[in-house]
Design a protein around this ligand. Structure first.
Ligand code: S3P
Length: 170
């Protein structure tokens, strides 16, 4: 039975939604890394990135990751960039079962355009260029995401994605 599960994937891939539902199914505690960072450092991730810069955020993110994975059981929804900095990917893979929620750039752009203002890294990207921007960003990040233990097609509805995650873990 998997009791330490980490969800990886780009912004908008459904890490938080699926993570919550998976935690309910498996009766495990759910953590959202952005929320943990907010609580540990007393400010939202959005505020932190815009006011303190991305580098400071990445340092806090690494510290928060280590706190969560020191627990005995968890479902953790990471931030989209978490596995791509420092040795975070190694830390995740050595401690937990990792699952990449894979989405196509078009799916992600559709989900992210309406809420881009809440996401500092893409807030300034013009709507018409969002798919292209995400495609390039995914090209850089895929080598990290693809090292997860399992890859799940997350272009589908949450019900199907959850079912596919549960079958992979079976
Ligand atoms: C980021 C994704 C965000 C958040 C921060 C940086 C990224 O999390 O950690 O804005 O680098 O992709 P979500 O993937 O939960 O949106």
């Amino acid at each position: 039975m998997h009791t330490k599960i980490v969800l990886l994937g780009y912004m908008g891939s459904g890490k938080t939604t699926i993570g919550h539902r998976l935690a309910n199914e498996l009766k495990l505690p759910f953590w959202d890394l952005d929320e943990v960072i907010g609580q540990m450092f007393g400010m939202s991730v959005q505020y932190m990135i815009t006011r303190k810069g991305e580098l400071y955020f990445r340092e806090c993110e690494q510290k928060a990751l280590k706190v969560v994975i020191s627990n005995q059981a968890y479902i953790l929804a990471t931030g989209g960039g978490t596995p791509c900095y420092y040795n975070n990917l190694e830390v995740i893979k050595n401690s937990s079962t990792s699952i990449y929620l894979q989405c196509n750039p078009g799916t992600l752009a559709e989900r992210l355009v309406p809420e881009k203002q809440n996401r500092p890294l893409i807030a300034d990207i013009e709507d018409d260029f969002m798919t292209e921007f995400i495609a390039k960003h995914l090209f850089e990040r895929n080598p990290y995401y693809q090292q997860a233990h399992y890859t799940i097609d997350a272009n589908n509805s949450p019900d199907i994605v959850l079912e596919d995650v549960l079958s992979a873990l079976d």
